[in-house]
Design a binder for this molecule. Structure first.
Ligand code: ADP
Ligand code: MG
Ligand code: ZN
Length: 495
């Protein structure tokens, strides 16, 4: 093909993901060591099994298997009656056994899917498989990078932490879709209670990228398997966030496009996403499956999970809950999105909506509470156990004991900052609505004390009235209703 022709070729982007997520369990996948790798001193959460000492035998953690089956249920995957573990052999200092226990041709989840919405369009992303495996340890290169470091430290606290590797079909047609998928996946996993996105390194993504002739894409968006197999692809490693994924993939797509434009072939290789430089760099030629010499893990019997998928229950998932919020509580899409952003927020909202009008509850949770929490770098989880206090705060406004403005700007803020309960704050700051006599007296005082403002008012200056309202509000500690004060003043001045 001439360079000219190459320039004119229209190309379609093809991306498939291998996503490693850390499953939230108390203990590791094949031993009883704690999974608390972050707070512990290096190499303290270890035992003969996760250190790979001779003779130590693995035992499967039921909680990890349950988590995987729940994910399978959420992505509508097939969970076979029996599943099996394999050894993936490679030598690297972070892998003390010189093999990783993983799953090969009989993974725990097969043929699932997850629907995403990108640019207002719904798309179904195929999930080929999801399998359980153990995390290796972590390496810390001191004084440089892997090539230049003075020495390298190894910490096996992470070795044996349960991972689920989720492999998608090559169904992504752009970096934005990948970002949307990862966000959605995290949301679903968090709803299931099997994942914590706040944990360092809990999501790691390898992305396979190729470009094919646009004419190969069928009308329904699918691409022939043979074309996909033939396309030269790169595998981009070291992606650890949605944002990182979008940047890395935009870069890699452009790099491949430019190569093709210049008439070069895209090498089939593994590339490393360098977050600080914002580029992908060639690491090595891609390993072939044969390099790993997979064979059955003879120390673990086949795992029978027949019936687990129907026996294990999972909570209502984000899409369904969003839809129900719109219908049942008649919320706007925007409010429903906000109120289902995490399971904790949705649960909190429903607990409030049980007692109050759904709209009022939505305003209080979505606008007031989430806004104030966000400002303080807090989440609903931090105030879950104060649901009753929060309900009483809304009750105070609902019963017209305090003004909405004071409730929001004084009481709620003080509840979050000082941890006091609403009644204590109302009492302490004298926020209870002032009785009428007191307001009338304050109106009188304001008029008597400010003859100039009264004169200005009679001369037609509206600003003068606002000034007097302000005087009364100040005198009553902000607890009078501004509308009432306004009316009382006019009555007195005009009469
Ligand atoms: P391998 O055996 O090389 O790991 P797999 O068939 O297991 O290959 O696929 C690994 C990942 O590569 C999957 O996420 C899949 O969606 C993706 N993939 C397959 N073909 C392509 C392609 N042509 N372009 C981009 N990604 C692809
Ligand atoms: Mg693979
Ligand atoms: Zn251990």
């Amino acid at each position: 093909m001439s360079t000219q022709a190459a320039e004119e070729r229209e190309l379609a982007v093809v991306i498939g993901l291998e996503v490693h997520v850390q499953l939230e369990t108390e203990t590791k996948i094949f031993c009883g060591c704690s999974t608390d790798a972050v707070d512990a001193e290096p190499n303290t959460n270890v035992c003969p099994t996760c250190l790979g000492l001779p003779g130590a035998l693995p035992v499967v953690n039921e909680a990890a298997v349950e988590a995987a089956v729940k994910v399978g249920k959420a992505i509508d995957a097939d969970v076979p009656e029996e599943t099996r573990f394999h050894r993936k052999n490679y030598y690297y200092p972070d892998l003390p056994k010189n093999f990783q226990i993983t799953q090969y041709d009989e993974p725990i989840c097969q043929n699932g899917s997850l629907s995403i919405e990108v640019g207002g369009e719904r798309r179904e992303i195929g999930i080929e498989r999801a399998h359980l495996e153990e995390d290796p340890g972590s390496l810390q290169h001191v004084g440089g990078n892997i090539d230049t470091a003075d020495y390298t430290l190894v910490d096996y606290n992470r070795a044996g932490i349960p991972l689920l590797e989720i492999v998608t079909k090559p169904d992504f047609r752009g970096a934005d879709e990948v970002r949307g998928f990862l966000a959605k996946l995290e949301e679903v996993l968090e709803y299931l209670g099997v994942f914590d996105s706040g944990r360092d390194g809990s999501l790691r993504v390898d992305a396979n990228v190729s470009l094919v002739d646009a004419s190969e894409v069928d009308e329904d968006g699918s691409i022939d398997d043979a074309v996909l197999a033939d396309a030269n692809r790169t595998e981009v490693k070291n992606i650890s966030s949605h944002k990182g994924a979008q940047k890395a993939l935009s870069y890699e797509v452009t790099r491949q496009r430019n190569a093709i434009r210049r008439g070069r072939v895209v090498e089939q290789e593994t590339r490393h996403w360098d977050e600080t430089r914002g580029i992908t760099v060639s690491m090595r030629s891609k390993e072939e499956e044969a390099d790993y010499r997979y064979f059955r893990e003879a120390d673990l019997p086949p795992l029978r999970v027949a019936g687990w998928k129907s026996e294990l229950s999972i909570p209502e998932l984000p899409d369904a809950r969003r839809e129900r919020f719109r219908e049942e509580y008649e919320l706007s899409s925007e409010a429903a999105d906000k109120l289902t952003s995490t399971k904790a927020v949705a649960d909190f909202y429903e607990a409030v909506a049980e007692e109050f009008d759904p709209d009022l509850a939505a305003t209080w949770v979505a606008d007031n509470l989430l806004g104030e929490l966000n400002y303080r770098d807090m989440t609903v989880t931090d105030v879950e156990d104060r649901l009753e206090e929060f309900r009483r705060l809304i009750e105070l406004v609902d019963d017209e004991e305090i003004t909405a403005k004071n409730a929001e700007e004084v009481v709620l803020r003080s509840m979050l900052d000082d941890g006091d309960d609403p009644e204590t704050i109302v009492e302490r700051d004298g926020l209870g609505k002032t009785d009428d006599d007191e307001v009338v007296a304050a109106v009188e005082t304001a008029i008597e004390g400010n003859p100039e403002a009264v004169e200005d008012y009679h001369a037609g200056e509206e600003g003068a009235l606002n000034f007097l309202v302000g005087q009364v509000m100040a005198a009553t500690g902000g607890s009078a209703d501004p509308g009432t004060v306004n009316g009382l003043l006019r009555e007195r001045l005009d009469g």
